[in-house]
Design a binder for this molecule. Sequence first.
Ligand SMILES: [Zn+2]
Ligand SMILES: [Zn+2]
Length: 365
Amino acid sequence: MRRTKKDYYEILGVPRNATKEQIDAAFAKLAMKWHPDRVPPEKKEEAERRFKEISEAYSVLSDPEKRRLYDMGVDPEGGAPGGATYDFSGMGLEEIFERIFGRGFGGFEDIFSDVFGFHRRRVEREEDLDVYVDVNLSLEEIVRGTVKRIGYRRRVLCPRCGGAGVENPRVCGTCGGTGRVRRQQGTIFGFFVIERPCPTCGGTGTTGDRCTRCGGKGYVYEEVEEDLEIPAGVLDGQKVVYRGRGHVGRSGRGRLVIRVHEKPHNRFKRRERDVIYTAEISPARAVLGGEIGVPDLEGGVVKVKVPRGVQHGEVFTRLKGRGVPDPKTGKRGDLLVEARIRIPTEISKRERKLYEELLKLEEQP
Ligand SMILES: [Zn+2]
Ligand SMILES: [Zn+2]
């Protein structure tokens, strides 16, 4: 039994009761800071020493059994040759993180880039390239179709770097443009040549200055305003899709999706593709019948017959094909006219006389 000298908790900067997740995160953070490939040459020596130290601390504290022994004051490695579980020397950061956090760790840049300033080109997964815009339309606009000025914001390739994210591209000096680097590594079994993606260029073979316009992302946002045709018959809640007007991404260009909302109308009610107009009718007209003018949805007026004795709430006319068109077939619904008998509240002397006479007639036995 040998007493260990180093305080692994202190090296990783975690409390003695730290969880596995805290230990992983602390190591990831320190590995980013001290990975020998990520420091300037004058700091290389210090980085190699620190990196070895944090790797050793992590290999012990991340293993429950070794951590238990360590907590008891026993050297968990027991001096065994090459016993370290994690020998990270000579590994790129990506490989290290994949080893710790498992496969599919490609998304780690998303998690760590903002926090730790890890600045390789971000890989987007399952990108939604569609842009959504809401538009309010009146019933008349829906019936006739309309042209609307639509403003939206979309992502486009950076015009300065053409989407590469770098300016003044040049062949990577570290790998000579191959994107891979080899390193000879001595182990207890002998020397091995390890090949891995070039840490300087990330495997692309080229480097350059980060683009000053897009900050290396390759994309910028642009404000767009354009007149777009909304076809007739698109109802509340339905969408109109314009291809090729959305965001630019790896899989091409997305769509602009306009969601239509219908403004409530004070004279017309819509029922599917039929439209109901409420006609105000006086008691005398209701009794005698006749002809009235009804506005249609194109801004015109249609003459319709009111039947004698029409009742309040009765739909007495159906104007075929004057409703909302179906955008696919062009077939239109109907315009229905509903009676609303309006009782006058203010009447002239003469009207009063006539109503009194009517009432007398009604009450005669
Ligand atoms: Zn750019
Ligand atoms: Zn390179």
